[in-house]
Design a protein around this ligand. Structure first.
Ligand SMILES: Nc1ncnc2c1ncn2[C@@H]1O[C@H](COP(=O)(O)OP(=O)(O)O)[C@@H](O)[C@H]1O
Ligand SMILES: [Mg+2]
Length: 349
């Protein structure tokens, strides 16, 4: 069987540019080279598409996170596909390892659909809905799941809507990621600064009651026509952090994972079932990491779904799948196979 060519796309215009580069470095290293040929495509922070050599550094070097070089060789991406120096690049499937807006939100997916190129992950509508926490919560609730109660603010109406909050609350951009712009607010005097910071990331901001509970994550994988849930893992955050913020996620080794989570099996069964239910309710494809709170009272509350979760070999999604018996290379191949077989059209399942 001839090898398929995979274009791994990384970087992008979102605040998760560097994390995307790390994820792409993982995918490139973990790709089964006997079955796939890789092409590396970068999107710079300013939005230029470039071709990167396969030995381009996508790891942390001297404490610096990787980025896509603004001066790398420009690549043309249009409705005919990709070309470099006037010559077409033959690509069988794209793995858009992009997190956040302009990557995980349906925009790249729409471009790839228009160019008729197969790609890993959710389609346009599921990607867009999952990116917007306010919209996805409505769908989760309609599917019978519990969510944190709260309000949604837009930049022109917020002043009149914040008088009757019960603290603590969480303030976060509706379409953010990596906890950027997210604040735990304990009293009214700290609210305005938190809201303004969240608005610096997004013109739509959510305020939610703070859920007191453990954070449990579940990986969902679609392969061979079925949707499976992984074992569930608990994020254990060092007590010096108030919540799972950017530092706790990436810059500090203080966060660890209990895998499988030490919760009753009835709770993990419920979480796994709800993860698959959430995936299907949104019409996701390929993969998603679904994040929950498990409260002391035994209640399962869905927090969010990520359609392109962090994807280095040590990120939560691959770790959850590995613990479930799907190693990193097998996982990447399964996602590429699912992408190549996909028949569900532009708006997903
Ligand atoms: N309503 C909430 N109650 C308790 N903790 C929350 C709430 N919303 C967010 N958090 C905390 O903030 C973190 C980041 O928020 P999240 O909604 O998951 O956004 P992101 O997409 O940035 O991961 C969560 O992992 C959790 O620690
Ligand atoms: Mg999260």
């Amino acid at each position: 069987m001839s090898k398929k060519t995979v274009a791994i796309i990384c970087g992008g215009r979102s605040s998760e540019h560097e994390i995307s580069c790390l994820s792409a470095g993982g995918v490139l290293a973990g790709l089964d080279k006997s079955a796939y040929e890789a092409v590396l495509i970068g999107i710079t922070k300013s939005g230029t598409w470039v071709h990167l050599p396969l030995d381009y550094s996508l790891s942390i070097t001297n404490g610096l996170l990787p980025t896509v070089d603004e001066n790398a060789a420009p690549l043309v991406a249009d409705v005919h596909g990709f070309s470099l120096n006037g010559l077409p690049l033959e690509i069988d499937v794209v793995f858009p390892v992009l997190h956040g807006p302009y990557g995980e939100d349906g925009t790249i997916q729409g471009f790839l659909e228009t160019a008729d190129i197969a790609y890993v992950g959710s389609g346009v509508m599921a990607s867009g809905t999952a990116m917007d926490k306010a919209f996805s919560k409505i769908i989760f609730e309609a599917a019978g799941m519990h969510v944190a109660q709260g309000i949604v603010l837009t930049s022109d109406d917020w002043q009149s809507r914040i008088s009757e909050l019960e603290y603590p609350v969480f303030v976060k951009p509706a379409r953010g990621g990596s906890s950027r712009g997210t604040h735990k607010v304990k009293s009214a005097d700290a609210l305005q600064a938190a809201i303004l910071d969240a608005f610096s990331y997004d013109r739509k901001v959510m305020i939610e009651n703070a859920v007191v509970g453990r954070e449990i994550e579940c990986a969902v994988l679609e392969r061979n026509g079925t949707v499976e849930a992984s074992l569930v893992g608990e994020i254990v955050i060092d007590s010096k952090f108030e919540f799972y913020d950017f530092e706790a996620k990436y810059l500090d080794s203080a966060t660890s994972v209990n895998l499988p989570a030490n919760i009753p099996s009835s709770a993990s069964d419920e979480i796994r079932a709800k993860a698959v239910q959430a995936f299907k309710a949104l019409g996701c494809s390929g993969l998603a990491r679904v994040d929950f709170f498990y409260t002391d009272k035994g209640e399962v509350i869905i927090n969010e779904i990520n359609t392109m979760p962090g994807f280095t070999s040590t990120s939560m999604y691959p770790k959850l799948m590995a613990a479930t018996g799907v190693d990193y290379t097998t996982l990447i191949s399964a996602l590429l196979d699912t992408a190549l077989d996909r028949t569900n059209g532009v708006l997903g399942n």
